[in-house]
Structure formats: C-alpha cells, structure tokens
Design a protein around this ligand. Structure first.
Ligand code: FAD
Ligand code: MLT
Ligand code: ZN
Length: 488
C-alpha cells in the first residue's frame, strides 16, 4: 500500500458529531438526506478498488443548494470536517473519508437535475450530481454535444468531474473539464453560497474564482451547480483500431493525422498488447479485431459537425500512406455504431480488466508528447529493476502526452507484498517523469495518494500560494482535510 498516513492531528480539524448536531441535520435533510446505517453508508466509504475504506458518523445527501449550504453551516459551526463526494470514482482516494471516522461525507448525488439547456448560447446548466453520461445524452437530444468522455462516465457525476478537472478521451480536441465550464455555484466551507452561475464567454472582472474550485478536489468548497459549454453535435465519425510498429510510430501517425486533418481529430489513444490481453481475458465479449498479435496499438477517432466531411477518405488516406511506410502494421475501421462502441470498449475497459487481474500500481503521468517513447522505455526499465517480473500495463491519452503507466503484480506473486512496493515503484516512475519535464498527476489529481509528492514537487512559492489559498478560503480546515495540499 502507498504510505498515505493522514497528516498530524493539528492539521486535521476535530469537531464533535454530537447527537444534537445529528438531530438538527436530520430535521433539515430527512431520512433520504441522511444515512447512518452501516449497510447504507458502505458504498460511500470505500474507494472503488478497495485501497482505502474510511469511517464516518453520517452520509449527508442534500437535495438542494439551500439544504447543502445549511448542512455545511451546521457542520462548520460544530467544527465537523466534510468530504464532498459525487460518483466516488476517484483514482486517488480523494472522495472517501479517513479511517478516524470524524468526517461526514456530503454527497451531491441527489442534486442531479438538468436545469436549462440553451441551444443559442450553447450552454447547459446542471446540478452537480448529474451523471456525466446523462449530461452527454441531454446535449445530444438537443442536437448539441458535451464532449467530456471517460471510462467512468456512467457513474462519475459532473461535480466530481469539475472538482478533479477531469481529462479523458477528448482533451486533445476540446480540453479538460476546466475548458468546458463557464459558470459555477459553490457552497463555501462556512456555508455561504458563491453564485458565479454566469454563462459568459468573456468576463474579465477580477480574479477568475471559478478556476480556483475547478481541480480543487473538494478542498475549498462544494460545487452545487455548473454552466457547461456545448458544441455542435458531430454528424460524421470514423474510428480506427490500428496496430503500429512502435511507440515512435504511434507519434508519427498522430503527427500525420494532425497535419492532414487536425481539426477533425477528436481522440488518439495508445494501448499495448499486455493491456489488451487483460481486456480479452477479463471482459466478457471483448475480442481482438485483428488477426495477428502486435505489440502497440492506437485508437484514432475523427469527427465533424459537417455531414459530408469526407472523414472516411481522410482516415484511409493517412492509414494507407502510413502502412506503406511501415509505421502501421494493420488496421480496422469501424463500419457501424456497434463496432465503434466495441472498439472503444477495448480501450475503456483497461481499468476494470486490470482490477480483475489483481493488484496494480497506477501512475497517471504526463510528459511532452515527443518524450512518450523515452518515458515508456526508461520507466519500464526502472520498475523491472525494483520488482523483477513486474508487468507494465501502459496505456492512455498519448495525444495529450498523458500515459497511465500502470503496473500489474508479477504472475503468481502476492498482491499485498506487491502493493508494499508502491512508494518505491512510484518514486522510480516519477524520477523518470521529472527528468523528462513531466507531471506526476496528469488528470486524476492528488487526492490522498499524492499529497507528499505534491509537497516535494511544488515546494517553494508555488506550495506557499496553494497553502495561503486553502487557509484563506477554509481557515478551519474543514473541507476535505488531508487531501491535495499538505498544510504542514
Ligand atoms: P468523486 O470520485 O466522487 O470525487 C472526486 C473528487 O472531487 C474528490 O476530491 C471529491 O471530494 C471532489 N468532489 C466530488 N464532488 C464534488 C463537488 N460537488 N464539489 C466539490 N468537490 C467535489 N479521470 C480522468 O480524468 N480521465 C479518465 O479518462 C478517467 N477514466 C477513468 C476510468 C475509470 C474506469 C475510473 C473508475 C475512473 C476514471 N477516472 C478518469 C477518474 C474519475 O472518474 C474522475 O476523476 C472523475 O472526474 C471523478 O468524478 P466522480 O463524480 O466520481 O468524483
Ligand atoms: C483511463 O483513461 O482509462 C483511466 O484514467 C486510467 C486508469 O485506470 O489508470
Ligand atoms: Zn485516463
């Protein structure tokens, strides 16, 4: 297990969840809005891979901003710390409470309405608990498009996506969650409501506060509503599953697509054979669309709002030229929506397949795109030197330089013993990443898992400013304490 010992008592707020407070919260939220039965609470306390299981006196589930604000005010008054939670799919232990059992969880999942969709402004106003897939679907029904897309989209909620500044499969074209948010409503740690629900494309009026809360992982307040940016709905999409000669060839192919029709390129993902083998082994119905085995693969998506965008011609032209040059070894282009979904599944089921295979150590890192081959070669060698037999399962958003440099337990080895090497393995990977000018967390955030790394990498004025912000917005350290920014 990674060493994520909670910070010293002085930096974690300690208040009392007294019977009187429980009574006031229950009077405010009702039976549906407050869970205290251990069976009902279990799903809110457990990290999805089972790496951490926290304890809590209650799960609060407000149904409106007003209820949320009042619940926060009551907790703040009593000095009780709070952990905001949405879909609980965090990869870094950010959304579950610590084991001490002093923090309440505030889940936004009952605040899940789509409030307004404006096809002229191209905006959608939603509550924080709306599930990402529901938001995507609502946009499509209005002939619009909300591009954020990730493997957990059927469970993750928009408040969590915004709080983690989620990336995913479409960052290459549309940016991260940060780039898709125009306005926010936030409940501050003392219960006041910050209303920034503006839908303006231009608004230079002082510090842009919404960006403070985007990516703050619930350490500065609770996002209750958001105004999202919409785009025209794609009318034509082409998807190819491509076996490439090497990682270098994958980058050369990316470059060819960018030069040929960069405006249409909407996703460019990397997979290696080992990850695909895990998907074929553990995910029912997953089959290899190519007849021979290869070492490296890409998933390439082109899409356009224009109905006759000639994307098939673009896709074929680039792939054929790359095949002739030896960059591409084989490829298949999806012929239907069902085939497109099946090909995307091969990529998106990597996390689930890895989980079913046994223990894994995740490193969500980014480097400049050109340095991805060096990252894969050097980090693989470094990990193998530490744990002989370790199995590299690298995949991800190569078009953004974001590789999930995940590692699977050696065949036949003990899961717990492998996880005890987490810190050594992560340090080795991060050493390579740092040398290559990268980041130790590209899209999953810092959460509980990487606070020590944040302190080490951002030491100096950057960390000082982060601490000053946290102390000024949340002076009593009540909002998701012990996550993201270590205060001591
Ligand atoms: P949660 O896990 O509930 O919370 C995440 C963080 O946000 C926590 O710190 C929590 O305290 C805080 N938070 C939650 N709601 C609020 C709120 N309303 N106000 C303030 N703070 C809040 N991530 C990517 O970026 N890209 C991927 O491609 C990707 N793929 C994934 C695939 C799988 C299979 C899984 C399981 C996860 C994946 N993730 C990915 C990680 C995760 O899904 C994202 O981080 C997602 O954005 C989290 O959303 P959530 O609703 O589950 O948030
Ligand atoms: C993904 O892109 O599938 C996830 O972010 C990666 C992971 O499981 O590490
Ligand atoms: Zn990812």
């Amino acid at each position: 297990m990674p060493d994520t010992t909670p910070p010293a008592a002085s930096s974690i707020a300690r208040g009392g969840f007294t019977p009187a407070l429980a009574e006031r919260l229950h009077a405010l939220l009702g039976d549906k809005g407050m869970l205290t039965d251990p069976g009902d609470m279990a799903g809110y306390l457990r990290e999805w891979r089972g790496l951490w299981t926290g304890r809590s006196p209650a799960i609060l589930r407000p149904a409106t901003t007003e209820e949320c604000a009042e619940a926060v005010r009551l907790c703040a008054e009593a000095g009780v710390a709070m952990v905001p939670q949405a879909g609980n799919t965090s990869m870094v232990g950010a959304s579950v409470p610590h084991e001490a059992g002093e923090e309440v969880v505030i889940s936004v999942s009952r605040m899940n309405r789509i409030l307004e969709l404006d096809p002229v402004d191209m905006t959608m106003t939603v509550e924080a608990g709306a599930v990402l897939a529901t938001v995507q679907q609502a946009a499509l029904e209005a002939d619009c498009f909300f591009p954020l897309s990730l493997g957990a989209e059927g469970t993750a909620q928009i408040g969590g996506n915004i709080s983690t500044n989620a990336g995913g499969n479409t960052t290459l074209r549309y940016g991260n969650a940060r780039d898709l948010v125009l306005g926010l409503e936030v409940v501050l740690p003392d219960g006041r409501v910050l209303d920034m629900l503006r839908r303006l494309r231009k608004d230079n009026t002082g510090y842009c506060l919404r960006h403070l809360f985007i990516g703050a992982e619930g350490t500065l307040g609770i996002i209750t509503k958001a105004v999202l940016k919409l785009f025209p709905r794609p009318r034509e999409t082409e998807l190819a599953f491509v076996a490439v000669e090497s990682v270098e060839a994958a980058l050369a192919l990316l470059n060819r697509f960018q030069r040929h029709d960069g405006a249409s390129l909407s996703a460019f993902e990397y997979m290696m054979r080992f990850g695909l083998d895990l998907v074929f082994r553990h995910i029912p119905g997953a089959v290899d669309p190519l007849s021979a085995r290869h070492e490296h693969y890409c998933l390439v998506e082109l899409s356009s709002p224009r109905p006759q965008a000639q994307l098939r011609a673009s896709m074929e032209a680039v792939l054929e030229a790359a095949l002739e040059e030896g960059l591409v070894r084989d490829a298949v282009i999806a012929e239907s929506d069902a085939q497109r979904a099946a090909l995307w599944r091969l990529r998106e089921e990597h996390s689930e397949a890895q989980k079913r295979e046994g223990a894994s150590i995740k490193n969500d890192v980014s480097v400049p795109v050109s340095r991805v081959p060096a990252l894969l070669a050097e980090a693989s060698a470094a990990c193998r030197a530490i744990v002989p037999g370790i199995r590299v399962c690298a995949f991800g958003h190569v078009g953004d330089g974001n590789i999930h440099f995940n590692l699977a337990v050696p065949e036949g080895a003990d899961d717990a013993a492998f996880l005890r090497r987490w810190d050594d393995v992560a340090a080795a990977v991060n050493g390579v990443v740092r040398r290559l000018g990268g980041s130790f967390s590209a899209e999953h955030g810092v959460g509980r898992l990487k606070t020590k790394t944040l302190a080490a990498w951002r030491e100096g004025p950057e960390l000082d400013v982060m601490r000053a912000i946290k102390r000024s917005v949340d002076p009593a350290n009540l909002m998701n304490p012990g996550k993201v920014v270590p205060l001591a």
